[in-house]
Design a protein around this ligand. Sequence first.
Ligand SMILES: CC(C)(COP(=O)(O)OP(=O)(O)OC[C@H]1O[C@@H](n2cnc3c(N)ncnc32)[C@H](O)[C@@H]1OP(=O)(O)O)[C@@H](O)C(=O)NCCC(=O)NCCS
Length: 164
Amino acid sequence: VHPSLEIRSIRIADHYQEVYHLLHQLHLHELSLFDKTATWDDIGTGYMRHVIQMQEENDGLCLMAYVGNAPVGLIFGYTEDEDDDSRIEVYKGMALYVSDGVVLAEYRKSGIYTKLNAMLEQHYIDKGVKRIIRFTLHNNAKMQHFLQKEGYNITRLQYEKWLY
Ligand SMILES: CC(C)(COP(=O)(O)OP(=O)(O)OC[C@H]1O[C@@H](n2cnc3c(N)ncnc32)[C@H](O)[C@@H]1OP(=O)(O)O)[C@@H](O)C(=O)NCCC(=O)NCCS
């Protein structure tokens, strides 16, 4: 569908504005699903600092999808060390945490995210990762459908009580 689609591994700190813009779009989508989502203007800079730090310190990989040199989507993940004797699960070793994923609305439904996700997973599977973790909002039906299709299962439900 997009013959010029190209996926590149990027260092977030070197592509700050492109990543900022895409994460802003992701954030607006989260806001549309959950009204307690903070305003991007308030948290954008801090969130960027967080993803940059995770990429540098936790073997993070950010894959950016370009169509004709315009960034149209990204996926970002990093490793979490599960080798800790306080864990309650059987798994020990590195887990991949998929932290962010978005494709611009006008480029959706053409397989871009499927490709980004497959490449991200394979990168860490090649390094020996056998557990992949991710969160999504309870009402993000599209993402849940995608995850079920890609072999993920629900393990926990997070309940919250908001007192205001
Ligand atoms: C979720 C999201 C990243 C998916 O991106 P995407 O690039 O549209 O995903 P894909 O195109 O790979 O797959 C989506 C659908 O398009 C279908 N598709 C893939 N290639 C296709 C093609 N060539 N023609 C038609 N449909 C196609 C897929 O089968 C899939 O359909 P399904 O959901 O019915 O199975 C995107 O919708 C998005 O950015 N949403 C908002 C942000 C968000 O929710 N992020 C995740 C937060 S946890």
